[in-house]
Design a binder for this molecule. Structure first.
Ligand code: PGA
Length: 244
């Protein structure tokens, strides 16, 4: 996989402040030394930091993404909500949609579909998250669940070239547990068959240790990294090890 183009998506979740942005200087200088045609690094900070971070990262090849948005890109009386046009305006080029932490709060496949459609209209690229729970895995219905998430989430979307799919087993997120490489590889193959030509990332407890194992997955196109991405040294380490 060392010769492949790899995506690294840093999902900061509900963490981060202005001080953390200063700590990114070392990531910026590290990234500048790498060949641009080998990888794409996308930082997804909370909305409060998108604008500041995008100004800071502008001279670098690092891109910015939002972590979620409203299903409509119209402006309106929706207190506390942010739409995809606003993310774009603040400097985002990507948005994470369908993350299990939002699905657990009641976000349906239909809602994810509307969010994807409106974000594409706003000119954003999508990091579309799918994944099964532990009980679904134990019941051996993973592929059925993923099929449903894909079919409903991408319903009516003809041009999928703006969509990266992130396979994130819910039980692997923040738990330190990861599936085996053959398990991940089989699911990625399954997703790529369902969505022809798609790029598929793996997410869930990716860290500086297990990246040495995960990077050996032949068909993976990158990684969605939560906890470990908040520490610039860890993120640099993950990228370095991926290419070593
Ligand atoms: P994690 O999170 O790396 O902390 O498990 C991944 C994610 O939720 O995107």
């Amino acid at each position: 996989m060392t010769n492949k183009y790899i995506y690294f998506v840093a999902n900061w979740k509900m963490f981060g402040n202005l001080r953390m942005i200063d700590s990114l200087n070392k990531v910026i200088s590290f990234v500048k030394k790498l060949k641009r045609n080998r990888f794409r690094l996308i930082y997804c900070p909370p909305n409060t930091l998108i604008s500041t971070l995008s100004k800071k990262l502008k001279p670098s090849p690092i891109l910015i993404g939002g972590q979620n948005c409203h299903e409509s890109n119209n402006y309106g009386a929706n207190t506390g909500q942010v739409n995809s046009n606003m993310l774009k305006d603040a400097g985002a080029k990507f948005v994470i949609l369908g993350h299990s932490e939002n699905r657990q709060l009641g976000e349906s496949d239909r809602l994810v579909n509307l969010k994807i459609r409106s974000s594409i209209k706003s000119g954003l690229k999508i990091i579309f998250c799918i994944g099964e729970s532990l009980s679904q895995k134990k019941k051996r219905v993973t592929k059925k669940i993923l099929t449903q998430q894909i079919t409903q989430g991408l319903k009516g979307i003809k041009n999928k070239k703006h969509i990266l799919i992130a396979y994130e087993p819910i039980w692997a997120i923040g738990s330190g547990l990861i599936p085996t490489n053959p398990e991940i590889s089989e699911i990625i193959e399954f997703i790529k068959k369902k969505v022809k030509g798609s790029k598929v990332l793996y997410g869930g407890s990716v860290n500086t240790k297990n990246i040495n194992v995960l990077k050996k997955i032949n068909n993976v196109d990158g990684f969605l990294i939560g906890g470990a991405s908040q520490n610039p040294n860890n993120l640099i380490d993950i990228i370095k090890k991926t290419f070593n």
